[in-house]
Design a protein around this ligand. Structure first.
Ligand SMILES: [Zn+2]
Length: 383
């Protein structure tokens, strides 16, 4: 796997390239940010599997360099080049500082769509290996996803596109709610859209939003299992056979996701009552008895008890969250294959990261948000 990291500051470029090499991707090729036309030619010539770039590429002024261009303009230009040379289509990742990323995305929300993912430079320099590895796994996952889409392209048509991209059999795809997904992936003539377009839709609409696919936090919420009990989740996963629910379609290398319908079928076959009708404490007692294990129940961050009907993972903190102590997130693009997101009262109260992640609540919830933040809605036991 070959990558390119573009930064106008030589020392930064060398340091970050070396750090990125720890992902197992070869970042030794150099692309100087001279002129957009030259970078474009050089990238098409190098044909990398992934392109990582800083936001400001024009801070260091050198002779023969364009005076003013930034990652957004370059990404846009490369995307157009890839439409001409579809076999070279590659993921583009933004790696910059917090303030630069904000400057790019704030005035122009569509800039989000130019990049497959963005990370802070601090994340690849983090002393915590797990945090660095998260970035590296994402980079590798993007590369393999692009490769899978390209290799499936010859077999794909408007009819089987969804099934093949999601790695499902003909019988199973019929029970999954994918209505509305196909038009996002296939054009009006029945041809698959450009690789980067298909990748973006699958990642943003399915992988990064729980719905027909669940992440581990959503699984824990449905089970009423504590967010902190990692060993418990692993033990239960082994005993209950959660591995057989794992999604194996495009992006499954970088992101572990579980099919919701397989989980639901397991729950229906294993327990007499629907789990959603039980509190977290009741669910965990049932699970512990049934599997002869001792996993810990989730605790509401608002009411601080396990006797809540946990339903979703909070969009901000990821903790198991009950409907009655959470607000609905505004979703500009509701669909049957994605669940509506919610944010717990605790995150609303502490204003945890909502603005930074650009999470807005439904208009009908604004009153509740105001009341929580004014302490008109109090925590249980609060004076
Ligand atoms: Zn939360």
């Amino acid at each position: 796997m070959k990558g390119v990291f573009i930064d106008d500051q030589d020392d930064q470029r060398d340091i970050i390239s070396r750090l990125l090499e720890k992902s197992g991707i070869d970042f030794s090729s150099r692309v100087a940010p001279t002129k957009i036309s030259e970078i474009r030619a050089r990238i098409l010539d190098l044909n990398p599997d992934i392109i990582v770039m800083d936001y400001r590429l024009d801070e260091v002024h050198q002779d023969g360099y364009d005076g003013d261009f930034r990652a957004g303009g370059l990404a846009q230009n490369l995307r157009e080049a890839f439409l001409e040379y579809p076999e070279k289509d590659a993921p583009i990742v933004l790696l910059s500082t917090e303030s630069n990323i904000r400057t790019l995305f704030q005035p122009d929300r569509t800039a989000h769509d130019l990049f497959d993912q963005w990370f802070l430079k601090d994340q690849v320099q983090d002393p915590d290996e797990a945090k660095r590895e998260h970035v590296f796994r994402t980079l590798r996952g993007l590369i393999t996803a692009y490769r899978s889409i390209k290799s499936l392209r010859t077999e794909l048509n408007g009819e089987n596109a969804v099934r093949l991209l999601l790695g499902l059999s003909e019988s199973e795809v019929k029970v999954v709610q994918t209505d509305g997904l196909k038009p996002l992936l296939v054009n009006a003539s029945g041809e698959l859209e450009a690789t980067h377009h298909v990748a973006r839709q699958l990642l943003k609409q399915l992988i990064l939003r729980p719905g027909i696919l669940l992440d581990e936090a959503s699984m824990r919420s449905r089970l009423g299992l504590s967010e902190d009990d990692d060993a418990g989740f692993m033990r239960l996963s082994e005993k209950a056979g959660f591995n057989s629910f794992i999604y194996e379609g495009v992006f499954s290398d970088g992101w572990i996701r579980y099919w919701r319908h397989r989980f639901n079928r397991w729950a229906g076959e294993t327990f007499v009552e629907p789990l959603s009708g039980l509190t977290g404490g009741q669910r965990i007692k049932l699970i512990n008895d049934h599997f002869d294990i001792e996993v810990q129940p989730a605790v509401s961050r608002w009411s601080e008890t396990s006797e809540e009907y946990f339903a979703v993972a909070c969009r901000v903190c990821n903790y198991p969250t009950e409907i009655r102590h959470s607000v609905a997130v505004f979703d500009p693009r509701p669909s049957v294959f994605a669940d509506r997101g919610r944010v717990c009262f605790d995150c609303v109260d502490l204003e945890r990261e909502m603005a930074r992640r650009e999470i807005r609540v439904e208009e009908s919830e604004e009153e509740t948000v105001r009341k929580i933040q004014n302490h008109e809605i109090k925590r249980p036991g609060e004076a």
